[in-house]
Design a protein around this ligand. Sequence first.
Ligand SMILES: [Zn+2]
Ligand SMILES: [Zn+2]
Length: 153
Amino acid sequence: MPAPTSRRIADRIEAAVTSCARQGVALTELRRQVFGLILEAGTPVTAYQLLDRLKKTRKGAVPPTIYRALDFLLARRLIHKIESLNAFIPCIDPAHGSHSAQFLICRTCGAVVEVEDRAISRALGNAAARQGFHATHALIEVTGECAACVAAA
Ligand SMILES: [Zn+2]
Ligand SMILES: [Zn+2]
């Protein structure tokens, strides 16, 4: 996965500030900083890695500081939590409606790619509905090897 350029990161932060303002909430300096760290990382980052990085500029940062910011970013759909890694990545498209998504996780290099295949979401929704189950949230994590690692092997 190519490292995101600082220009792109700045654009994404600016877009997040605007979308939060439209929703009547503020992307505070701290939330902006945590979001920036997740965007910069390029691979999934854990809360503790974020805390370490945040401490470089905020000496007083403690775990609740990070968890509150992460909760906010998750609720605003700016980031995703990869449950199997207990780590966070930026959402590729914070505007995507249902926010059902699939993640391809490379075991070799750690890269995670988010794909949003509506056919998968629909099939899953239908399968759940046949069980009389009302699905509200579905994140699928697929483990394997990315194209670059397969090519390098
Ligand atoms: Zn997403
Ligand atoms: Zn890989």
